[in-house]
Design a protein around this ligand. Structure first.
Ligand SMILES: Cc1cc2nc3c(=O)[nH]c(=O)nc-3n(C[C@H](O)[C@H](O)[C@H](O)COP(=O)(O)O)c2cc1C
Length: 396
């Protein structure tokens, strides 16, 4: 679980998006977090403390004068054990308080009194006109400058009936942001290019040859890299996966398209990770029209031509980024993977057994570099992706 053992202080202020915060709290609990809720009086007009208390299993605090857990001072004590303070939804009014250091209720005073090292995450939610106001934008800039991580807002249809910026992010996106905020920033300010998924090589306009790669490993690495603070571009073959939050995704179909996309994005990258299962061959005699059955029962003959080796071309550039390859083998992993690393001239190669992991949510990885091998034991692809990013950061 991504928030195992983490203590999150969740503050709710008086916006209509409070209804989403019930689901958000549950999502964090499902990931292993303990969630302590504090609500403004405004928030209590939108959702009852009872709901939040029942969902989180903890007393909800709201009043700085009356609420005194264990005879202590709630504005000081509630954040002392917290791993993060998250305000969702955050009203325009509360943003103004944060920007100006006001402490006129429990939640705003608690934000002032929180220890400086704790991640402070704010999810604005308001009507589009409120969001656009120069005062709100000034407050936004001030809050960011003061170190808050602002998530969203999203754009779209609003509860007031208007369309524009100001919607609070969905609970799943906010969950991803909180998880990311708690990861070590080992790739801060780094740029990283990742390929993922299979390629699709056409036979004719309606058929093609592909492979069983789902893209899950590459997408997990893209997510882990952005959690670690990198700016991530993901060049993806056809997959059914959602783009990880804050990752710039470029969709391609064929190996040639993937090569072209990699080449056009490679400059200024610090790291290139080739996770995609790129087809070794494409159909040389692909048809412009759908190939029809013929009455004699003749079957079409396909001819193949070799696809470019994207990873080897990047590794051979005059000033290449740090290159990491993936080898999906079906046997003799250790032998084939080390051979592949040397042939491609790359510092780090990650081996896995293709047919045991394609499409699955877990994997086992073996890292090969000049010093030897390192096994990352069986685990979820997301966990392994974070471990791999840590290993790459150590080698830069
Ligand atoms: C029905 C209704 C919906 C509201 N929705 C929002 C909202 O989404 N965002 C916001 O900034 N203010 C919203 N407001 C205004 C705030 O509730 C108001 O500014 C309040 O003083 C905020 O108090 P708080 O920041 O202490 O919670 C809404 C008010 C009403 C009556």
């Amino acid at each position: 679980m991504d928030l195992s053992g983490k203590k999150i202080l969740l503050g709710l202020t008086g916006g209509i998006a409070c209804y989403k915060s019930a689901e958000f709290a549950r999502a964090m609990i499902k990931e292993g977090a303990t969630v302590q809720v504090v609500m403004t009086d405004g928030a209590k007009e939108f959702i009852t403390p009872l709901t939040m208390q029942a969902l989180t299993g903890h007393t909800v605090y709201s009043n700085q004068w009356d609420d005194q857990p264990d005879n202590k001072m709630p504005h000081i004590d509630l954040t002392r054990q917290a791993d993060a303070v998250v305000i969702a939804p955050c009203t325009a009014n509360f943003m103004s308080k944060l920007a100006n250091g006001l402490g006129d209720d429990l939640l705003s005073t608690l934000c002032l009194a929180r220890p400086a090292h704790i991640p402070f995450i704010v999810a604005p939610a308001m009507n589009a006109e409120m969001w656009k106001k120069p005062a709100t934008q000034r407050n936004l800039n001030q809050i960011k400058e003061d170190g808050a991580l602002v998530m969203g807002p999203a754009s779209g249809f609003q509860a007031c009936g208007e369309i524009g910026d100001g919607r609070m992010l969905e609970p799943a996106q906010m969950l991803e942001e909180v998880i990311a905020a708690l990861q070590p920033k080992v790739l801060k300010n780094r740029r990283i290019l990742i390929t993922a998924g299979p390629t699709f090589e056409p036979i004719d306009p309606v058929r093609g040859i592909t492979n069983r790669s789902s893209g899950k490993m590459g997408y997990a690495i893209a997510r882990a890299a952005r959690e670690a603070g990198a700016s991530v571009t993901l060049i993806s073959g056809p997959t059914a996966l959602d783009t990880p939050y804050h990752v710039n995704r470029v969709d391609v179909m064929t190996a040639i398209e993937m090569r072209d996309a990699v080449m056009s994005h490679i400059s200024h990258q610090d790291i290139f990770i080739s996770v995609a299962a790129v087809a070794d061959w494409r159909v040389a005699n692909a048809s412009d029209q759908k190939i029809k059955k013929n009455k004699n029962g003749d079957t079409p003959t396909l001819e193949f031509t070799e696809n470019p080796d994207i990873l080897a071309s990047i590794a051979a550039l005059p000033d290449p980024p740090y290159c990491v390859g993936f080898a999906a083998e079906s046997e003799k992993l250790r032998q084939h993977a080390e051979e592949k690393r040397r042939k491609k001239g790359i510092p780090l190669l990650v081996g896995n057994i293709g047919h045991e992991t394609f499409g699955k949510d877990d994997n086992t990885l073996i890292l090969f570099d000049d010093t030897g091998t390192l096994e990352l034991p069986h685990g979820s692809k997301q966990l392994l992706a974070r471990q791999l990013i840590e290993q790459i950061a150590k080698r830069l």
